[in-house]
Write a protein that binds this ligand. Sequence first.
Ligand SMILES: [Fe+2]
Ligand SMILES: [Fe+2]
Length: 487
Amino acid sequence: MNIQTQKDLLRLVLGKNLQITTDAIRLISEQSDPKKALENSIQKLEPQEFLLTTTHFTKTQSISEKKIGSLFKTEVSIIQNFTKTPYADNLQTISDFFRARYNHFKKVLSPRTNNTMSLAHAEKAKGEKCSLIGIVSDKRVTKNSVILELEDPTGVLKTITTSPEANTQAESIVLDEVVALEGSMGDDIFFTNNIIQPDLPTGKHMKKLSDSSYAAFLSDIHIGSKKFLRKEFKNLLDWFNSDVESNMQREITDNINYIFIAGDLVDGIGVYPNQKDGLYETDITKQYTEAAKLLSKIPENIEIIICPGNHDYTHLAQPQTPLTKDIAPELNELNNVTMVSNPSLVNIHTSDGGGLNTLLYHGTSIDTIVASDKTFKDGYKHPEIVMLALLKKRHLSPIYSSDLVTSGQDSMVIPSDIDIFHTGHVHSNGAMNYRGVTMLNSGTWQGKTDFQELCGHEPTPGNLPVINMKSREMQLINFYKNEPTRI
Ligand SMILES: [Fe+2]
Ligand SMILES: [Fe+2]
């Protein structure tokens, strides 16, 4: 709150023989151009009126007026989108998949290592200090060290950590990721004193736009489930449309241009045994019809970008292709909806200095990472721990499973030029900034399920993360207990 601005505004009001309420002066002083906002409000006074209130301000600053007057129109540019239905895996596609992964990360890691040798070459270089680059094919943790087995196109080599630093680095290494090891060659084992992961480039600043536009993030709405929080979700939809009372929230609702939905829009059918018992709607097309009905309440000037999750109606293997017209016709017909794959890379607000790149990923691999090592045991409560690990590995799903499409290329590599990394799936909010990237998990709009109860998971339903793309600050707005909170 700027006291000097308020004094200046008060002077202007009194100079015109008018009066103003405390709320109105505070509200107007918080605008980007308070004098203009005051002039607009004064113009709304009826001839007999002399008292300016927040009502006069509201009249001048309706959402539609603000959007039309905005310098930057909403813009969605899809950078990476997987639209081809995968074909069946075979030994050749799996081999091509790992070769593509290895070659990609070799290029990333080579400039950062010295005297890099192929595994076959290193095996013969006993006593020599060198670096290796390979795929981790086995990991064993002993009392004082971590044994990693590396694989490259020339062979397989056993390595062992020899320093406390390398032990710590090795804790978060998972199977099938590509790493560089620095150390020296022993008899038939490599002694590792440093582990290098692909990671994001250093020195990247957090990109800030000049327009005070906001992006909001949703996931795991689970329409069709008896636990879908319909009341809270409807409150959210009303909030997008209303002139909310709180100044802080009004600034957001007036300037939201984009909503990302990171999968599990509906609960689906047959996702797990006896799921039917937990559904109020067992027809998946009707689940999507309801989703379209609800999302149609979001103002048309807000772009909605949707990727599928494991509960949505598309193949399970990742990348998952976008939701089609066949299964979700009404959703696809909404003018402001863009369907993308899981994962996908989407640029928003492009005209504003190139906009921001959002990596949208449902987050299915979080399950495999959490299960891989005790390092990630808190990953369901704090998904940002896993997201950070994925960023460092520069891979969305490093551990190989049948959930990955191996059509000759590795589509799950994380590009370096991202600004926002958005996931869902674990139904818990989490956020962290790392090397210019805002990572966030957008929680859920489904209440605690019996399965979550059984696993001891504590979901955080009904929270909406929003990012101000000018300041890059993130806020969490709580619709479950109706108390706005900050992360
Ligand atoms: Fe979910
Ligand atoms: Fe999910």
